[in-house]
Design a protein around this ligand. Sequence first.
Ligand code: CTP
Length: 205
Amino acid sequence: PVRYISNHSSGKQGHAIAGALAAMGAEVRLVSGPVTISDPSGVSVTRVETAREMLAAVEGLLPADAAIMVAAVADWRTETESDQKIKKEPGKGAPPLTMTENPDILRTIGHHEKRPKLVIGFAAETDDLIANATAKLSRKGADMIIANDVSTKTGIGGAQGVMGGDRNRVRIISHDGVEEWPELSKQETAERIARLVADRLTGKR
Ligand code: CTP
């Protein structure tokens, strides 16, 4: 009830994409983990706390024309949860934590019988950005991966910079190749992604 394991993420980029699509006239359903930012306007929001809840909520929203998976889902959770606070006992050291795998939501949706026509994932990488993101494209059954460099050397200030910050620099990886976008605000990045989604759905790109 006191401690938990999670990933760094503010939700800013995902919320901005939902808002940008709604502003273009799309009917948008946003499934969001715990965030401190306010809901984007014109968007119906479902709140979840765990990866399993997020998967159930997303599956419950199918069919859809497009799915854009921006959440920094924790790949693992602890195998057991304690009802009571696990107390620190002097001299006993740290308790061992046994982890178990969470469902991969993007991969499930990418291979789903009700798969949306357009499935977009994100990838946060510290090394071999293009190779890792390209591998994710096939592994997860996505049409496009929007990749972030979160390394401290070449990314925007590392994970702490992109995750939580207001700016982003992404590369768009699809079966057509790699497109590099300049560093932009998350709002501008969201607007470009929304236009890309519209173009893809209408066959313009
Ligand atoms: N993702 C997901 N469910 C998970 C983990 C990730 O749906 N359990 C989605 C994210 O929303 C993102 C994409 O998969 O769109 C890539 O996430 P990332 O964490 O970069 O990839 P992983 O699958 O966790 O791969 P790795 O940890 O090996 O980089």
